[in-house]
Design a protein around this ligand. Structure first.
Ligand code: PLP
Length: 368
């Protein structure tokens, strides 16, 4: 039996027939950029995500950069973000010429730690970027309160949290804006790169639209130096079809997560993921902690199981961010977790037998 980390083909098979007529029409009309398919997806996703405006862009990293710019972040500003995230969160800040200020995460959920954020605030801080990692919403009450007191913006990284909530409120609706990613492996994934900025603020939405379209509010009028970051019509068709299934797929992920919890209950050295009582998680990743992780990972991979590590290097441990000047020990929680975390295969179409197999192999490896 083989168990991949994710199974995108199974998702594709569910929508292929649905989207065929619209794809054909798009090709026959030559309608590829903007147009009704993009506008209609943006409207549908805004409704789903609980915001007034959704602006489709080329990818999630662009979405974060554009959201930060629209929130007023500029060259030389400081932006606080967790050390335990995908590097794109930091890249979005760096591309503006702003400084990523890393903080440690909490040991239970591995999410941005509000106490560390408080300690990192300075006169130069312009924004905080909480990351809703693994499909869990970050502690937004505390982060919002800190940001309000300090007079800084909150821009959420909601790339892994499509459909997640905290206290019944969707991830991505606390800050002035959020960036999300529709990279194929995300809970809502396109057939290629795509992303979106989410906001309730009409001015922020206008700034994102103009900046993403070559700084151009109308053709050949360029008000600012912008970028080219667009959601393609074909991607919008794929996303529209998948969005209709997203709640079902997230429910299937939740069931699979509960099944792992139960199966792993027989393995006392495995730490299963914590759940925050206020959160409804969408299980972008199912991340356990195990002793002797590298050997266990190798055993799983050798057995045909696509387990992985998210992420093996906290941002400050990458060569790209060596210039931040951090040392080992600066973010002890993120560093310790990086030695023990292990993402088990989890996707909407995973079969119970596949999960049993994963846990059997894991148990045999740990018994060695
Ligand atoms: C995927 C991801 C991004 C970046 O999205 P891309 O579409 O790959 O540019 C940013 N932050 C997090 C946490 C992600 O998982």
């Amino acid at each position: 039996m083989r168990v991949p980390l994710v199974d995108l083909a199974a998702q594709g098979a569910e929508i292929a027939d649905d989207i065929a007529p619209a794809l054909r029409e798009s090709l026959l009309k030559g309608a590829f950029i903007g147009g009704p398919a993009v506008a209609s997806f943006e409207k549908a996703y805004a409704t789903y995500a609980g915001v007034q405006h959704c602006i489709g862009v080329a990818n999630g990293t662009d979405a974060l950069e554009l959201a930060l710019r629209a929130a007023g972040v500029d060259r030389g500003d400081e932006v606080i973000l967790p050390a335990n995230t995908f590097i794109a969160t930091a890249e979005a800040v760096s591309r503006i010429g702003a400084l990523p200020v890393l903080v440690d995460v909490d040991p239970d959920y591995l999410l941005i730690d509000p106490a560390q954020v408080r300690a990192a605030l300075t006169e130069q801080t312009r924004a905080i970027v909480p990351v809703h990692l693994f499909g869990q919403t970050a502690p937004m009450d505390d982060i919002t309160q800190l940001a309000t007191e300090a007079g800084v913006a909150v821009v959420e990284d909601a790339a892994q949290a499509q459909g997640a909530t905290r206290d019944g409120r969707p991830a991505g609706t606390w800050g002035v804006a959020a960036g999300t990613s529709f990279y194929p492996g995300k809970n809502l994934g396109a057939a290629g790169d795509a992303g979106a900025v989410l906001t309730d603020d009409g001015d922020v939405a206008d700034r994102v639209r103009v900046t993403a379209a070559h700084g151009s509010p109308q053709k050949y009028v360029h008000d600012v130096v912008g970028v080219n970051s667009r959601l393609d019509a074909i991607q919008a068709l794929v996303l529209t079809a998948k969005l209709k299934r997203l709640d079902d797929w997230n429910n299937a992920r939740r069931e699979a997560a509960a099944r792992y919890d139960k199966l792993l209950g027989t393995l006392p050295t495995v730490r299963i993921p914590s759940r925050h009582p206020d959160n409804v998680d969408v299980w972008h990743l199912y991340v356990v902690q195990v002793p002797d992780r590298d050997r266990v990972l190798a055993d799983l991979n050798a057995a045909g199981i696509g387990a992985a590590i998210h992420y093996p290097y906290p941002v400050h441990r990458t060569r790209a961010y060596a210039a931040l000047g951090h040392r080992i020990g600066d973010f002890p929680v993120a560093e310790a977790a990086a030695q023990r975390i292990l993402s088990l295969p989890l996707y909407p179409h995973i079969a119970p037998e596949q999960q049993t197999f994963v846990v059997d192999v894991l148990g045999r490896s740990l018994a060695q």
